[in-house]
Design a binder for this molecule. Structure first.
Ligand code: ASP
Length: 317
């Protein structure tokens, strides 16, 4: 039994491991670990109290995948429900003939299954940070809303603000039966264009699990992981016989082949079916892991694979 997670998973890994030790499934562990991060008001990149989009609305993305069957569930652009990972899991478990629900459809489904809702998804503090960003970008003192007809593509150039942040939580677990599950949840980029969907809810881009080979989950500039199909690439490279190290490195190198102006930072964590794990990133950072026989998690530095031509405005995580 093992769990690996992005560093912000610190807050949830104990409870997730406890669940595994009590006989819970890998899917349960992933959901429990991620929910703890989604509930944390001090994590502004995942769940409740994340940084909102350019219009000040919090739109959440999440996905979960079951390595036994390759079943998966995902939600995107969901407002008003903090536990995106649980709604994603229900998309899978309630046996909808769908994988990904977005926006109003995701919210409708969340209501239908009685998912926990929250009226105010942002604290005053985060709302104020958003207001100040808008005011700074408009060079005006007191701007609390964008005019209805304003061209948002101009406003969203806030996206080039070097202070802007992003982040995502990844959890991958192997349970006592040897089954693998992976989950990802995020509020996406701060001040993103409304309707922008990142890699986190896209199976194959930001998340993939397959009992036969392992699992992979990503953080960083989701647009790149979508374009390169990063998480699935790692699994495919494993399937082709590469070692975990080679597979993860090759998926990172694939990101270097992407052309265009918008190249930023990308990171991934992965494990193989034997529980061997690795983290790689285009900038320094750490991930965490815990095995059943460990009393606490340990931190491991990600291996660095630089991606040249980084866009100065890319989100920092
Ligand atoms: N991957 C996330 C997204 O693009 C953000 C992040 O991890 O920084 O939505």
């Amino acid at each position: 039994m093992i769990i690996i997670a992005s560093h912000n998973g610190v807050i949830g890994i104990d409870a997730a491991m406890q669940s595994l030790k009590n006989g819970g499934s890998a899917l349960d562990a992933v959901e429990i670990g991620i929910r703890a991060v989604e509930a944390d008001p001090d994590d502004h990149t995942v769940g409740y109290n994340g940084y909102p989009n350019i219009l000040g609305e919090l739109e959440l993305d999440a996905s979960i995948m079951d390595g036994r069957t390759l079943n998966s569930g995902a939600v995107a652009l969901m407002r008003g429900f903090p536990y995106a990972i649980s709604v994603a899991r229900q998309v899978m478990d309630r046996k909808l003939p769908h994988v990904l629900l977005a926006a109003e459809g995701a919210e409708r489904f969340a209501r239908e299954i009685g998912a926990e809702a929250r009226d105010r998804m942002l604290t005053d503090e985060i709302r104020e940070i958003w207001r100040k960003r808008l005011a700074a970008s408009a060079s005006r003192e007191d701007l609390s809303a964008i005019p209805d007809e304003a061209p948002l593509r101009d406003w969203v150039q806030l996206a080039t603000d070097p202070e802007r942040v992003a982040g995502t939580v990844n959890f991958i677990a192997i349970d006592s039966a040897g089954d693998i599950a992976s989950g990802v949840s995020t509020s996406g980029w701060a001040w993103k264009y409304p309707g922008r969907i990142g890699d986190s809810p896209i199976i194959g881009a930001g998340n993939y699990a397959d009992n036969r080979y392992g699992a992979c989950a990503c953080t960083g500039m989701g647009e790149m992981a979508i374009r390169a199909g990063s998480a699935r690439s790692v699994l495919l490279y494993l399937k082709m016989g590469m070692s975990l190290e080679q597979a993860a490195r090759q998926a990172m190198l694939d990101l270097r082949d992407l052309g265009g102006d918008y190249i930023g930072g990308m990171n991934l964590i992965a494990l193989d079916k034997d529980g061997k794990h690795i983290g790689m990133g285009s900038r320094a950072g750490a991930y965490i892991f815990q095995q059943a026989d460990m009393s606490a998690f340990q931190e491991v530095e990600r291996e660095l694979v630089t991606i040249p031509g980084r866009w100065a405005g890319a989100p920092r995580d």
